[in-house]
Structure formats: structure tokens, C-alpha cells
Design a protein around this ligand. Structure first.
Ligand SMILES: C[S@@+](CC[C@H](N)C(=O)[O-])C[C@H]1O[C@@H](n2cnc3c(N)ncnc32)[C@H](O)[C@@H]1O
Length: 394
């Protein structure tokens, strides 16, 4: 029996590494996610402790579904009374790619009908649908002619940690920020600087990594969105409470240790207020400092400063061009002031990368929502400047 953690495209190997580090077994990266050996504590660990997963699925069946009838029959063949109790609500979410039936709303409808018909045949009752907070969220993936039917054990997607209720213009998803921090090998010992910090996503995720705060823990607070697995028929609340208590003991042990500085800067005072409030909600206000400052005036904050940032990338053509000058000037700031530091930049446009005039040592292709981006590592040392940039410092 396997569970499946989904993630953003391109992040599968990073998520696989994270799940292995969390002690899960049978970990194997696949397309758009990672499978791992099932079990109660594996399910809880992936939901509460993984920073990069988007949701954790419990597959129930898979098989060919070239048309509506085949999909309906596959779903209706499952013993839904095992998963849906009397009075419980359901909702179906569908992802469809490269399939003859290419309408996800239609696919979700077929699956919902099959579940409801089977339950009515077995119990005499149809379950109600609750789109916002179903007791049993059902997930279907139809890729080509092949369908996977699963229970969604997470419910609300896992980037919804509960702390980022306010954002700036182009916030990074929390799960992506955590994946990028993992690629930098940030472990809380390096001074971390985000000079374009916006609402503070990198800063808060970094502080939670450094403190060993589990990203899903706050979802279990009375005001949190919780997890669907706690509403499942098979859930064992007392075993879960014991598991959680052990997890909290571990976190408490790291709560008071001194941290390396985590600093954010931004030119917009309003987003900095949001970043401060986000850090407070995330319980890391003491660990994160933000200042209003132009990124071009940034300076290292200690030996071996790790700069991790996503500068503005602009949506429209004119904006993209206009930002070229900012990238050129920021590249210059890095070269002149940051010798001995390492910079990791998430850059949306190739032109912007070129304007930095720095040679990346590592480069990853990642998706920030629909935007294909490059996440590059630049080791800064005296002479990081490319030869042509030395001749033309402007
Ligand atoms: C893409 S957003 C960063 C989003 C952030 N990672 C988050 O998750 O909220 C870029 C940020 O750079 C800021 N910015 C633009 N030009 C700047 C400059 N010259 N110096 C400092 N910050 C700047 C903007 O105010 C914006 O908040």
C-alpha cells in the first residue's frame, strides 16, 4: 500500500528528499508527486511535517478509463461505505490531462454520481456535497486514458499553513518557498537575507525550518483549517494525540536555542507591515526582522550570508523591460558588496538573468504557478564579475 504526496511540477526530487529525511520509507519520485509506503504515522508525518507537499492522497483504485462509462464503473466498483459514514459530506476534485474526456468539471461530476449511486444502493442514502469543507474529499486524476481515484487526506491544500493571511503583489506559495530553501541547503545556521522580501514568505519558512516548527501544526489549532484525515472513519484520535504530543516535545526542545539572523528588506512599507504580521501569526516574530530598504543598498548580515530572494519580474512586456535596469544594478550590488556570500535568485525572465551579469553555478527550472522560472545559485567572490561586465561597469 502506497500513499502519494503531490507537489508543483519540477519539485518531485526535492519532495522525495524531504520525505526520506522525515523518515518515510519506499519513497519514489513520480510525475507531479512522490509515492511512499502507507501507514498511520506516515500519513500524519507527510501532512503535518512535510513543507513541500501540496496534498497527500490515499489511492483507492486505478485503471483504464477511456470514456465516461469506464470511469463510472471503476468508481462505482469501490466499497464506498468503508470510507463515507452516514451523514458525512463529500466533494470531488478532478485533474485531467491529455484525456479524451478533457473537462475536469464533467469528470468530477461522473465520479460524484458513481460514489453517490453506490452509496445509495448500499445504504439507501445519498451523501450531501459540501464544496467548502467536505468530510471526505475525493480526488481523481485522469491522465490520458488512465484514472487514479484517491481520498484526499489533506483537505485544504498544504500551503495553507494559516499564517499568511496577507500578501503583497506576487507572493510565493509557501510550499515553493520551502522547496527553494531546501535547494539552498539552508538549515538555520546561516545568516539569511531576502532583500526583496514582500510579505516575508522566505523569511517565515526559514524561521520555521530553523526552529523546527512543523508547517501543518497550526492547522490543528481551533481556528485552523485542520486536515481531512481527522474526519476519516479510520482515524484514531487518541493515537494521533500521542503522536502529536511527541512531535511538540521535539519542537519545544529547539524553541529557545539562539538563531542566526533572518532579515528581510523591501522598498514598500505596506508589504513590510504584512510581513511583520505574518511572522507574528507564524510564531516567529522574534526570529525575523524586516527593514524598509532599497535592495540596491543591501549588505551582508554576517559571514557566509545566504541571500535568497525573488526580485520583481513584471507581468507585462513594458514592465519586464523596465525592470532590466534593476537587475543590472542588483547584480552590481551583489558583486561589489557580497564577496564571500552565496546568492540564490528566483528569476522569471531569461533577459533579467542576463542583466545580472553574473555566472550561476547551479540552475534549476521551477514553476511559480504557471510561470517557468530559473532558480540560480551564484557564489560571490572578488572577481565574480564577468569579463565584459568589468569593462562596462554601468
Ligand atoms: C516578487 S515580490 C516578492 C514576493 C515575496 N517573495 C513574497 O512571497 O511576498 C518583489 C518585491 O520586491 C519589492 N521591490 C521592488 N523593487 C525594490 C527595490 N528596489 N528594493 C527593495 N524592494 C523592492 C516589491 O515591493 C515586492 O514586494
Amino acid at each position: 500500500m502506497k500513499l502519494f504526496a503531490t507537489c508543483d511540477r519540477g519539485l518531485e526530487p526535492v519532495l522525495a528528499e524531504e520525505l526520506k529525511a522525515l523518515g518515510l520509507s519506499g519513497v519514489r519520485a513520480a510525475s507531479s508527486g512522490v509515492e511512499f509506503d502507507a501507514g498511520q504515522s506516515a500519513l500524519w508525518t507527510a501532512n503535518v511535517c512535510a513543507r513541500i507537499a501540496s496534498r497527500v492522497l490515499e489511492p483507492l483504485a486505478e485503471g483504464p478509463a477511456p470514456d465516461r462509462r469506464a470511469l463510472y464503473d471503476l468508481v462505482a466498483s469501490l466499497p464506498w461505505t468503508w470510507y463515507v459514514d452516514r451523514g458525512q459530506t463529500i466533494a470531488v476534485d478532478a485533474v485531467v490531462a491529455g484525456s479524451a474526456v478533457d473537462n475536469s468539471v464533467f469528470v468530477a461530476q461522473v465520479v460524484k454520481d458513481a460514489v453517490c449511486d453506490r452509496l445509495r444502493a448500499d445504504t439507501g442514502e445519498r451523501p450531501s456535497v459540501d464544496r467548502d469543507r467536505p468530510d471526505v474529499p475525493i480526488h481523481v486524476r485522469l491522465v490520458g486514458d488512465y484514472a487514479l481515484i484517491a481520498l484526499d487526506t489533506s483537505g485544504e491544500r498544504l500551503h495553507l499553513r494559516g499564517w499568511r493571511t496577507e500578501a503583497g503583489d506576487a507572493p510565493l506559495r509557501e510550499t515553493l518557498a520551502a522547496a527553494l530553501l531546501r535547494l539552498t541547503q539552508y538549515d538555520g545556521t546561516q545568516p539569511l537575507l531576502d532583500p526583496f522580501c514582500g510579505s516575508g514568505t522566505f523569511l517565515v519558512e526559514a524561521a520555521q525550518i530553523a526552529r523546527g516548527v512543523h508547517p501543518g501544526r497550526a492547522r490543528l489549532a481551533p481556528s485552523g483549517v485542520g486536515f481531512a484525515f481527522t474526519r476519516a472513519r479510520s482515524h484514531d484520535p487518541s493515537a494521533f494525540a500521542r503522536w502529536l504530543a511527541a512531535l511538540d516535545d521535539e519542537t519545544r526542545a529547539r524553541a529557545s536555542s539562539p538563531l542566526s539572523p533572518i532579515l528581510g528588506g523591501d522598498s514598500d512599507a505596506r508589504v513590510l507591515d504584512r510581513a511583520r504580521r505574518n511572522a507574528t501569526r507564524a510564531g516567529v516574530a522574534e526570529d525575523v526582522r524586516v527593514v524598509r530598504r532599497d535592495a540596491l543598498d543591501a549588505e551582508p548580515i554576517g559571514a557566509g550570508t545566504l541571500v535568497v530572494t525573488n526580485p520583481p519580474y513584471g507581468d507585462r512586456m513594458g514592465e519586464v523591460e523596465a525592470l532590466g535596469g534593476l537587475y543590472a544594478a542588483f547584480g552590481d550590488t551583489l558583486k561589489r558588496r557580497f564577496a564571500g556570500s552565496t546568492a540564490w535568485l528566483l528569476v522569471g525572465h531569461r533577459d533579467h538573468l542576463a542583466r545580472l551579469r553574473l555566472n550561476p553555478q547551479r540552475r534549476y527550472e521551477v514553476y511559480n504557478g504557471p510561470i517557468e522560472c530559473r532558480f540560480v545559485r551564484i557564489d560571490l567572490y572578488d572577481g565574480s564579475l564577468r569579463p565584459e561586465a568589468r569593462r562596462d561597469p554601468g
